[in-house]
Design a protein around this ligand. Structure first.
Ligand code: KG4
Ligand code: ZN
Length: 341
């Protein structure tokens, strides 16, 4: 059978990305232009700046993705785009680009949930056996999902406030470690003692609770630093980073093992930018191993935002003909739409 090519587009935050994926699994190209440098001087993503940068380069990124895949617009079967959740102005750039292409080329358009796209990064590199549980941990999300198939996901629990990645970014900021905070905290933590500070682990030990909360942890770090500074006491940044990271990882691992055991799955997937954290990968793998559950994680380049994962998630919608209309809009909050159907 002839391969079907999906063009994926991703502009939900600070990466402008386009990719061509064949049959939902084979990456032909995966172009990511990060805006990190633009936002670094502000200590975080500035939504208006993100939208403007997306507009400037989105066409070039699409062209590059086609070039690297060795195909033309005519070879595409469909256009898949992240329509939410994310920054509304940023999302709109990708959505409008995708709608224009779909209209001009007379090709089907599919609207992808960004969180499900992170999950789908795993389908690009692993043969996944269902049912499975997936922990999606990114700058905007901390969600535990139960997956019955590639296209069926149910939310088991999410965060009540900050996302795990957001907590990394905020704590890095108060420690003057720069943006993005996750990699900076991980690097600093490698030289620190995780037992130096006992930061709170929200909902730990509550076996009927699969939700998360990271705002208390963030406040605890801020208050601890404030108190130490007020008293004129010095502290070791690496120790704070290590203790904070330990608290986040402890709770992510505890709740993921709980969800996997409760749902009696044999496979757990990890996804999202925070999945780039090597200690999280190690700890989770070890704890799941003890329960006879295996862990699948995409390579780092597919954990952080990219468009190959969008094309992979779009493939499932495409084969079940769940097309979007040309009236598609960006949806900044999509927390109720977990099912692809
Ligand atoms: O998935 P992603 O690229 O964008 C969103 O959809 O949010 O995730 C970005 C988040 C940021 O908060 C960043 O600090 C975090 O992932 N991150 C990490 C690491 N690398 C990226 N967090 C912890 N450890 C890392 N090594
Ligand atoms: Zn993301």
């Amino acid at each position: 059978m002839e391969k079907k090519l999906i063009l994926g587009l991703e502009t939900s935050c600070d990466e402008t990305a386009a990719a061509v994926v064949a049959n939902g699994t084979e990456i032909l190209s995966n172009v990511v232009a990060s805006q990190i440098k633009e936002h670094q001087k502000y200590g975080g993503v500035v939504p208006e700046v993100a939208s403007r940068k997306h507009i400037e380069i989105v066409n070039n990124i699409v062209e590059k993705a086609l070039q690297e895949a060795g195909c033309t617009f005519a070879d595409l079967a469909a256009i898949a785009v992240t329509s939410g959740p994310g920054l509304v102005g940023a999302l709109l750039v990708g959505v409008n680009c995708a709608k224009t292409l779909a209209y001009a080329l007379n090709k089907p358009l599919v609207a992808v949930n960004h969180v499900l796209a992170h999950v789908a990064a795993n389908y690009l590199v692993h043969e996944v056996t269902f049912p499975a549980v997936c922990l999606v941990v990114s700058g905007g999300h901390t969600s535990l999902l139960h997956l019955s198939s590639r296209s069926q996901a149910a939310l088991l629990g999410g965060t009540r406030d900050d996302a795990a990645g957001e907590a990394f970014d905020k704590v890095a900021r108060v420690l003057n470690l720069g943006y993005p905070g996750g990699p900076a905290i991980e690097k600093a933590a490698a030289k620190g003692d995780p037992r130096s500070f006992n930061f709170p682990r929200a909902f730990s030990g509550q076996d009927d609770m699969l939700e998360f909360s990271f705002s208390g942890l963030k406040s605890a770090v801020i208050n601890t630093l404030h108190n130490l500074r007020q008293k004129g006491q010095s502290f070791i940044v690496a120790d704070v980073a290590a203790s904070f990271q330990e608290a986040v990882i402890d709770i992510l691992v505890e709740k993921t093992v709980l969800a996997a055991a409760g749902k009696q799955v044999k496979t757990v997937l990890l996804a999202g930018g925070v999945a780039a954290n090597s200690l999280l990968r190690e700890r989770l793998e070890l704890s799941l191993q003890k329960e006879g559950i295996s862990l699948l994680v995409p390579p780092v380049s597919l954990c952080t935002d990219n468009a190959a994962m969008v094309a992979a998630a779009g493939w499932d919608l495409y084969i079940s003909q769940k097309f979007a209309g040309l009236d598609l809009n960006a949806t900044p909050v999509l927390d109720k739409i977990w099912q692809a159907d």
